[in-house]
Design a protein around this ligand. Structure first.
Ligand code: ATP
Length: 372
Protein backbone atom coordinates (compact mmCIF):
# COMPACT_ATOMS: atom_id res chain seq x y z
CA UNK A 1 0.00 0.00 0.00
CA UNK A 2 1.55 3.31 -1.04
CA UNK A 3 -0.39 6.43 -1.67
CA UNK A 4 1.93 9.36 -2.39
CA UNK A 5 1.13 13.04 -2.12
CA UNK A 6 3.35 15.95 -3.11
CA UNK A 7 2.01 19.24 -1.79
CA UNK A 8 3.26 22.63 -2.99
CA UNK A 9 6.81 21.35 -3.42
CA UNK A 10 9.55 23.86 -4.25
CA UNK A 11 13.18 22.87 -4.76
CA UNK A 12 15.91 25.26 -5.88
CA UNK A 13 19.58 24.76 -6.60
CA UNK A 14 21.10 28.22 -6.20
CA UNK A 15 18.79 30.39 -8.26
CA UNK A 16 17.63 27.53 -10.52
CA UNK A 17 14.12 26.32 -9.75
CA UNK A 18 14.33 22.56 -10.30
CA UNK A 19 10.74 22.03 -9.05
CA UNK A 20 8.15 24.79 -8.70
CA UNK A 21 4.96 24.63 -6.68
CA UNK A 22 4.46 20.98 -7.57
CA UNK A 23 1.22 19.25 -6.53
CA UNK A 24 0.52 15.64 -7.34
CA UNK A 25 -1.32 12.70 -5.85
CA UNK A 26 -0.34 9.15 -6.86
CA UNK A 27 -2.70 6.33 -6.02
CA UNK A 28 -1.70 2.97 -4.60
CA UNK A 29 -0.51 0.57 -7.35
CA UNK A 30 -0.53 3.31 -9.95
CA UNK A 31 2.13 3.43 -12.69
CA UNK A 32 2.97 7.10 -13.18
CA UNK A 33 5.50 8.39 -15.71
CA UNK A 34 7.30 11.73 -15.33
CA UNK A 35 7.90 12.99 -18.84
CA UNK A 36 9.66 16.10 -20.08
CA UNK A 37 12.79 17.45 -21.74
CA UNK A 38 16.21 17.36 -20.15
CA UNK A 39 16.48 19.60 -17.08
CA UNK A 40 12.72 19.89 -16.45
CA UNK A 41 13.02 18.52 -12.90
CA UNK A 42 12.05 14.85 -13.29
CA UNK A 43 15.02 13.35 -11.44
CA UNK A 44 14.88 15.99 -8.72
CA UNK A 45 11.22 15.17 -8.04
CA UNK A 46 12.07 11.47 -7.86
CA UNK A 47 14.97 12.16 -5.49
CA UNK A 48 12.67 14.25 -3.30
CA UNK A 49 10.27 11.31 -3.00
CA UNK A 50 13.18 8.98 -2.23
CA UNK A 51 14.51 11.34 0.45
CA UNK A 52 17.79 11.98 -1.38
CA UNK A 53 16.85 15.67 -1.67
CA UNK A 54 14.81 17.83 0.67
CA UNK A 55 12.10 20.29 -0.37
CA UNK A 56 12.60 23.92 0.45
CA UNK A 57 8.85 24.34 0.75
CA UNK A 58 6.03 21.79 0.81
CA UNK A 59 5.21 18.36 2.15
CA UNK A 60 5.70 14.82 0.93
CA UNK A 61 3.28 12.23 2.29
CA UNK A 62 3.43 8.47 1.90
CA UNK A 63 0.33 6.67 3.12
CA UNK A 64 -0.82 9.87 4.82
CA UNK A 65 2.42 10.19 6.86
CA UNK A 66 4.62 13.23 6.32
CA UNK A 67 8.04 11.87 5.35
CA UNK A 68 9.98 15.13 4.86
CA UNK A 69 12.26 14.29 7.78
CA UNK A 70 12.38 10.52 7.27
CA UNK A 71 15.64 8.99 6.03
CA UNK A 72 15.66 7.28 2.59
CA UNK A 73 16.18 3.88 4.23
CA UNK A 74 13.02 4.25 6.32
CA UNK A 75 10.78 5.16 3.38
CA UNK A 76 10.65 1.59 1.99
CA UNK A 77 11.37 2.69 -1.56
CA UNK A 78 13.50 0.96 -4.22
CA UNK A 79 15.32 3.27 -6.61
CA UNK A 80 16.75 2.10 -9.95
CA UNK A 81 19.04 4.63 -11.59
CA UNK A 82 19.95 5.06 -15.22
CA UNK A 83 23.44 3.82 -14.39
CA UNK A 84 23.02 0.46 -12.73
CA UNK A 85 25.78 0.30 -10.14
CA UNK A 86 26.21 -3.46 -9.68
CA UNK A 87 28.88 -4.84 -7.37
CA UNK A 88 31.52 -6.13 -9.82
CA UNK A 89 33.02 -8.70 -7.44
CA UNK A 90 29.65 -10.33 -6.68
CA UNK A 91 27.75 -12.74 -8.93
CA UNK A 92 24.33 -11.87 -10.31
CA UNK A 93 22.78 -14.03 -7.57
CA UNK A 94 24.73 -12.22 -4.86
CA UNK A 95 23.94 -8.82 -6.35
CA UNK A 96 20.21 -9.53 -6.27
CA UNK A 97 20.43 -11.10 -2.80
CA UNK A 98 22.41 -8.16 -1.41
CA UNK A 99 19.52 -5.98 -0.12
CA UNK A 100 17.94 -8.99 1.59
CA UNK A 101 21.22 -10.01 3.24
CA UNK A 102 21.65 -6.46 4.45
CA UNK A 103 18.41 -6.72 6.45
CA UNK A 104 19.27 -10.26 7.58
CA UNK A 105 16.57 -12.23 5.80
CA UNK A 106 17.05 -15.99 6.36
CA UNK A 107 19.06 -17.80 3.63
CA UNK A 108 16.30 -20.17 2.42
CA UNK A 109 13.92 -17.23 2.10
CA UNK A 110 16.57 -15.26 0.16
CA UNK A 111 17.04 -18.19 -2.20
CA UNK A 112 13.31 -18.46 -2.94
CA UNK A 113 12.97 -14.73 -3.60
CA UNK A 114 16.10 -14.39 -5.76
CA UNK A 115 15.08 -17.35 -7.92
CA UNK A 116 11.52 -16.09 -8.30
CA UNK A 117 12.74 -12.66 -9.45
CA UNK A 118 15.33 -14.24 -11.76
CA UNK A 119 12.60 -16.34 -13.31
CA UNK A 120 10.36 -13.33 -13.96
CA UNK A 121 13.26 -11.40 -15.48
CA UNK A 122 14.50 -14.46 -17.40
CA UNK A 123 18.02 -14.29 -15.97
CA UNK A 124 18.15 -17.68 -14.21
CA UNK A 125 20.90 -18.88 -16.57
CA UNK A 126 23.23 -16.05 -15.65
CA UNK A 127 22.89 -16.15 -11.85
CA UNK A 128 26.47 -17.46 -11.48
CA UNK A 129 28.07 -14.82 -13.69
CA UNK A 130 29.72 -11.60 -12.63
CA UNK A 131 28.61 -8.21 -14.04
CA UNK A 132 31.81 -7.77 -16.11
CA UNK A 133 30.70 -10.40 -18.63
CA UNK A 134 27.06 -9.32 -18.95
CA UNK A 135 25.45 -7.36 -21.79
CA UNK A 136 23.86 -3.97 -21.08
CA UNK A 137 20.40 -5.48 -21.18
CA UNK A 138 21.33 -8.22 -18.73
CA UNK A 139 22.89 -5.73 -16.33
CA UNK A 140 19.72 -3.66 -16.52
CA UNK A 141 17.63 -6.67 -15.57
CA UNK A 142 19.90 -7.49 -12.66
CA UNK A 143 19.53 -3.90 -11.41
CA UNK A 144 15.76 -4.24 -11.70
CA UNK A 145 15.94 -7.62 -9.95
CA UNK A 146 17.83 -6.12 -7.05
CA UNK A 147 15.06 -3.56 -6.64
CA UNK A 148 12.22 -6.06 -7.08
CA UNK A 149 13.52 -8.62 -4.62
CA UNK A 150 12.93 -6.22 -1.75
CA UNK A 151 9.20 -5.94 -2.41
CA UNK A 152 9.15 -2.28 -1.41
CA UNK A 153 6.12 -0.04 -1.19
CA UNK A 154 7.28 2.11 -4.08
CA UNK A 155 9.53 1.71 -7.11
CA UNK A 156 11.28 4.77 -8.47
CA UNK A 157 12.82 4.08 -11.88
CA UNK A 158 14.97 6.84 -13.36
CA UNK A 159 15.44 6.26 -17.11
CA UNK A 160 16.19 2.60 -16.39
CA UNK A 161 16.37 1.74 -20.09
CA UNK A 162 18.49 4.64 -21.28
CA UNK A 163 21.50 2.43 -21.98
CA UNK A 164 19.70 -0.24 -23.98
CA UNK A 165 19.54 -0.49 -27.75
CA UNK A 166 16.22 0.18 -29.47
CA UNK A 167 15.07 -3.45 -29.73
CA UNK A 168 15.99 -4.30 -26.14
CA UNK A 169 14.26 -1.15 -24.94
CA UNK A 170 11.01 -2.31 -26.49
CA UNK A 171 11.39 -5.81 -25.00
CA UNK A 172 12.29 -4.47 -21.56
CA UNK A 173 9.41 -2.00 -21.73
CA UNK A 174 7.01 -4.88 -22.23
CA UNK A 175 8.65 -6.73 -19.35
CA UNK A 176 8.34 -3.80 -16.97
CA UNK A 177 4.69 -3.48 -17.87
CA UNK A 178 4.17 -7.16 -17.24
CA UNK A 179 6.05 -6.96 -13.93
CA UNK A 180 3.97 -4.09 -12.73
CA UNK A 181 0.86 -6.03 -13.58
CA UNK A 182 2.13 -8.99 -11.52
CA UNK A 183 3.55 -7.12 -8.55
CA UNK A 184 1.16 -4.16 -8.53
CA UNK A 185 3.44 -1.83 -6.52
CA UNK A 186 3.19 1.93 -6.91
CA UNK A 187 5.74 2.86 -9.57
CA UNK A 188 7.13 6.18 -10.76
CA UNK A 189 9.12 6.00 -13.95
CA UNK A 190 11.16 8.87 -15.40
CA UNK A 191 11.77 9.24 -19.11
CA UNK A 192 12.10 11.88 -21.80
CA UNK A 193 10.86 9.36 -24.38
CA UNK A 194 7.19 9.98 -25.03
CA UNK A 195 6.59 6.62 -26.70
CA UNK A 196 7.92 4.90 -23.60
CA UNK A 197 5.67 7.11 -21.47
CA UNK A 198 2.57 6.42 -23.57
CA UNK A 199 3.14 2.69 -23.57
CA UNK A 200 3.78 2.29 -19.84
CA UNK A 201 1.78 4.83 -17.91
CA UNK A 202 -1.56 4.73 -16.18
CA UNK A 203 -1.03 8.48 -15.99
CA UNK A 204 1.62 10.74 -17.49
CA UNK A 205 2.91 13.81 -15.68
CA UNK A 206 4.29 16.24 -18.27
CA UNK A 207 6.87 18.65 -16.84
CA UNK A 208 8.61 21.72 -18.23
CA UNK A 209 11.07 23.97 -16.40
CA UNK A 210 10.16 22.51 -13.03
CA UNK A 211 6.45 23.11 -13.56
CA UNK A 212 3.83 20.40 -13.84
CA UNK A 213 2.13 21.10 -17.16
CA UNK A 214 -0.50 18.38 -17.29
CA UNK A 215 -1.40 15.11 -15.61
CA UNK A 216 -3.59 12.62 -17.39
CA UNK A 217 -3.94 9.26 -19.02
CA UNK A 218 -1.86 8.78 -22.18
CA UNK A 219 -5.06 9.35 -24.16
CA UNK A 220 -5.79 12.64 -22.39
CA UNK A 221 -2.34 14.19 -22.73
CA UNK A 222 -2.14 13.15 -26.38
CA UNK A 223 -5.65 14.10 -27.42
CA UNK A 224 -6.51 16.90 -25.00
CA UNK A 225 -3.29 18.87 -24.44
CA UNK A 226 -3.88 21.76 -22.07
CA UNK A 227 -0.99 23.91 -23.26
CA UNK A 228 1.11 24.56 -26.33
CA UNK A 229 4.04 22.91 -24.61
CA UNK A 230 2.20 19.60 -24.09
CA UNK A 231 0.72 19.78 -27.60
CA UNK A 232 4.15 20.22 -29.17
CA UNK A 233 5.92 17.71 -26.95
CA UNK A 234 3.61 14.72 -27.41
CA UNK A 235 3.55 13.00 -30.78
CA UNK A 236 5.98 11.96 -33.46
CA UNK A 237 5.94 13.77 -35.82
CA UNK A 238 4.71 16.50 -33.53
CA UNK A 239 1.45 18.41 -33.79
CA UNK A 240 1.37 21.17 -36.43
CA UNK A 241 1.18 24.50 -34.61
CA UNK A 242 0.19 27.36 -36.89
CA UNK A 243 -0.41 31.01 -36.07
CA UNK A 244 -3.98 31.94 -36.90
CA UNK A 245 -6.57 34.74 -36.62
CA UNK A 246 -10.32 34.88 -36.39
CA UNK A 247 -11.85 36.66 -39.36
CA UNK A 248 -15.25 37.08 -40.85
CA UNK A 249 -16.27 35.37 -44.08
CA UNK A 250 -19.67 36.67 -45.27
CA UNK A 251 -20.70 37.27 -41.67
CA UNK A 252 -19.49 33.88 -40.55
CA UNK A 253 -16.60 33.66 -38.04
CA UNK A 254 -13.79 31.55 -39.49
CA UNK A 255 -10.20 30.81 -38.60
CA UNK A 256 -7.52 31.90 -41.05
CA UNK A 257 -3.99 30.51 -40.88
CA UNK A 258 -1.62 33.50 -40.98
CA UNK A 259 0.02 34.33 -44.33
CA UNK A 260 -1.98 31.67 -46.17
CA UNK A 261 -5.32 31.35 -47.93
CA UNK A 262 -6.24 28.51 -45.60
CA UNK A 263 -9.57 29.28 -43.96
CA UNK A 264 -11.33 26.89 -41.63
CA UNK A 265 -15.00 26.79 -40.72
CA UNK A 266 -15.73 26.42 -37.02
CA UNK A 267 -18.32 24.19 -35.46
CA UNK A 268 -21.14 25.63 -33.37
CA UNK A 269 -19.45 24.32 -30.22
CA UNK A 270 -16.09 25.87 -31.13
CA UNK A 271 -17.74 29.22 -31.77
CA UNK A 272 -19.60 29.18 -28.47
CA UNK A 273 -16.35 28.44 -26.63
CA UNK A 274 -14.78 31.44 -28.33
CA UNK A 275 -17.79 33.62 -27.52
CA UNK A 276 -17.43 32.70 -23.86
CA UNK A 277 -13.92 34.18 -23.61
CA UNK A 278 -12.42 37.59 -24.16
CA UNK A 279 -11.01 38.13 -27.62
CA UNK A 280 -7.33 37.25 -27.83
CA UNK A 281 -4.41 38.94 -29.58
CA UNK A 282 -3.76 35.87 -31.63
CA UNK A 283 -4.27 32.16 -31.74
CA UNK A 284 -2.30 29.04 -32.51
CA UNK A 285 -4.09 26.27 -34.33
CA UNK A 286 -2.92 22.76 -33.48
CA UNK A 287 -3.60 19.78 -35.70
CA UNK A 288 -1.89 16.42 -35.68
CA UNK A 289 -0.46 15.00 -38.93
CA UNK A 290 -2.90 12.09 -38.76
CA UNK A 291 -5.93 14.37 -38.50
CA UNK A 292 -5.58 16.09 -41.87
CA UNK A 293 -7.41 14.55 -44.83
CA UNK A 294 -5.50 14.88 -48.07
CA UNK A 295 -6.87 14.44 -51.57
CA UNK A 296 -5.67 14.96 -55.14
CA UNK A 297 -9.12 16.30 -55.96
CA UNK A 298 -10.72 19.51 -54.81
CA UNK A 299 -14.12 17.97 -54.09
CA UNK A 300 -15.40 19.20 -50.72
CA UNK A 301 -12.08 20.65 -49.70
CA UNK A 302 -11.15 24.30 -49.51
CA UNK A 303 -7.46 24.35 -48.59
CA UNK A 304 -4.96 23.90 -51.35
CA UNK A 305 -1.23 23.35 -50.92
CA UNK A 306 1.91 22.10 -52.67
CA UNK A 307 3.79 18.95 -51.77
CA UNK A 308 7.20 20.06 -50.53
CA UNK A 309 8.76 16.84 -49.27
CA UNK A 310 7.83 13.15 -49.01
CA UNK A 311 9.23 10.89 -46.29
CA UNK A 312 8.27 7.23 -46.80
CA UNK A 313 8.45 5.49 -43.41
CA UNK A 314 7.14 2.09 -44.47
CA UNK A 315 3.76 1.85 -42.77
CA UNK A 316 3.01 5.53 -43.43
CA UNK A 317 4.30 8.46 -45.48
CA UNK A 318 4.90 11.89 -44.01
CA UNK A 319 4.28 14.74 -46.43
CA UNK A 320 5.44 18.30 -45.87
CA UNK A 321 2.90 20.58 -47.49
CA UNK A 322 3.50 24.23 -48.15
CA UNK A 323 0.52 26.43 -47.28
CA UNK A 324 2.17 29.77 -48.06
CA UNK A 325 5.30 31.87 -47.58
CA UNK A 326 6.02 33.98 -44.52
CA UNK A 327 6.44 37.54 -45.83
CA UNK A 328 9.28 38.45 -43.46
CA UNK A 329 11.34 35.27 -43.22
CA UNK A 330 10.45 34.04 -46.72
CA UNK A 331 10.16 30.57 -45.20
CA UNK A 332 7.43 28.15 -46.20
CA UNK A 333 4.54 27.70 -43.80
CA UNK A 334 4.66 23.95 -43.59
CA UNK A 335 1.95 21.51 -42.57
CA UNK A 336 3.05 17.93 -41.95
CA UNK A 337 0.51 15.26 -42.71
CA UNK A 338 0.45 11.50 -42.50
CA UNK A 339 -0.80 9.53 -45.48
CA UNK A 340 -1.14 5.89 -46.39
CA UNK A 341 1.74 4.66 -48.60
CA UNK A 342 -0.75 3.83 -51.33
CA UNK A 343 -1.58 7.54 -51.65
CA UNK A 344 0.62 8.41 -54.62
CA UNK A 345 1.73 11.97 -55.06
CA UNK A 346 4.85 13.79 -56.32
CA UNK A 347 6.86 16.72 -55.04
CA UNK A 348 5.47 19.96 -56.46
CA UNK A 349 2.01 18.49 -57.02
CA UNK A 350 -1.07 20.26 -55.67
CA UNK A 351 -3.24 18.59 -53.06
CA UNK A 352 -6.45 19.62 -51.28
CA UNK A 353 -7.01 19.32 -47.58
CA UNK A 354 -9.44 19.52 -44.78
CA UNK A 355 -9.08 19.08 -41.07
CA UNK A 356 -11.00 16.83 -38.76
CA UNK A 357 -13.26 19.28 -36.81
CA UNK A 358 -13.19 17.17 -33.69
CA UNK A 359 -9.42 17.03 -33.66
CA UNK A 360 -8.50 20.67 -34.03
CA UNK A 361 -6.93 22.42 -31.05
CA UNK A 362 -6.84 26.14 -30.44
CA UNK A 363 -4.42 27.91 -28.11
CA UNK A 364 -4.11 31.48 -26.88
CA UNK A 365 -0.90 32.77 -28.44
CA UNK A 366 -0.04 34.93 -25.39
CA UNK A 367 -0.78 32.58 -22.50
CA UNK A 368 -0.06 29.42 -24.55
CA UNK A 369 -3.03 27.76 -22.85
CA UNK A 370 -5.65 25.70 -24.66
CA UNK A 371 -9.04 27.19 -25.58
CA UNK A 372 -10.44 23.98 -27.04
P1 ATP B 1 17.46 14.88 -17.37
O1 ATP B 1 16.36 14.31 -18.23
O2 ATP B 1 18.52 15.56 -18.18
O3 ATP B 1 17.98 13.92 -16.35
P2 ATP B 1 15.68 16.13 -15.42
O4 ATP B 1 14.37 16.51 -15.99
O5 ATP B 1 15.75 14.88 -14.63
O6 ATP B 1 16.80 16.13 -16.55
P3 ATP B 1 16.85 17.40 -13.10
O7 ATP B 1 18.04 16.54 -13.10
O8 ATP B 1 15.82 17.19 -12.07
O9 ATP B 1 16.15 17.39 -14.54
O10 ATP B 1 17.34 18.92 -13.03
C1 ATP B 1 16.45 20.04 -12.95
C2 ATP B 1 17.30 21.31 -12.86
O11 ATP B 1 17.99 21.35 -11.63
C3 ATP B 1 18.35 21.42 -13.94
O12 ATP B 1 18.47 22.76 -14.32
C4 ATP B 1 19.62 20.94 -13.25
O13 ATP B 1 20.77 21.54 -13.81
C5 ATP B 1 19.39 21.43 -11.83
N1 ATP B 1 20.04 20.54 -10.85
C6 ATP B 1 19.70 19.28 -10.57
N2 ATP B 1 20.48 18.78 -9.57
C7 ATP B 1 21.33 19.78 -9.23
C8 ATP B 1 22.38 19.90 -8.25
N3 ATP B 1 22.68 18.88 -7.45
N4 ATP B 1 23.04 21.08 -8.19
C9 ATP B 1 22.70 22.11 -9.00
N5 ATP B 1 21.72 22.06 -9.92
C10 ATP B 1 21.05 20.93 -10.04
Amino acid sequence: MAHIQLKNIVKRFGNVFAVRDFNLEIQDKEFVVFLGPSGCGKTTTLRLIAGLEHPEIGDILIDEHRVNDMSPADRDIAFVFQFYALYPHLTVYENIAFPLKAVKVAKPEIDVRVRKVAQILQITEILDRKPGVLSGGEMQRVALGRAMVRQPKVYLLDEPMANLDAKLRIDTRAEIKHLHHEIGATTIFVTHDQVEAMSLADRIVVMHQGVLQQVGTPYEVYNRPKSLFVAGFMGMPSMNLLDAQLTSDQGNTVLQIDHTDAVLDLSHEQKSKLNAIKEKNGYVLGVRPEHVRVSREAVGRKIVSDVHLIEPLGAVNILDLSLGIHPETQESIVLRVRTHPTFKVDIGEKVWLDFDDEQMHLFDRDTEMGIW
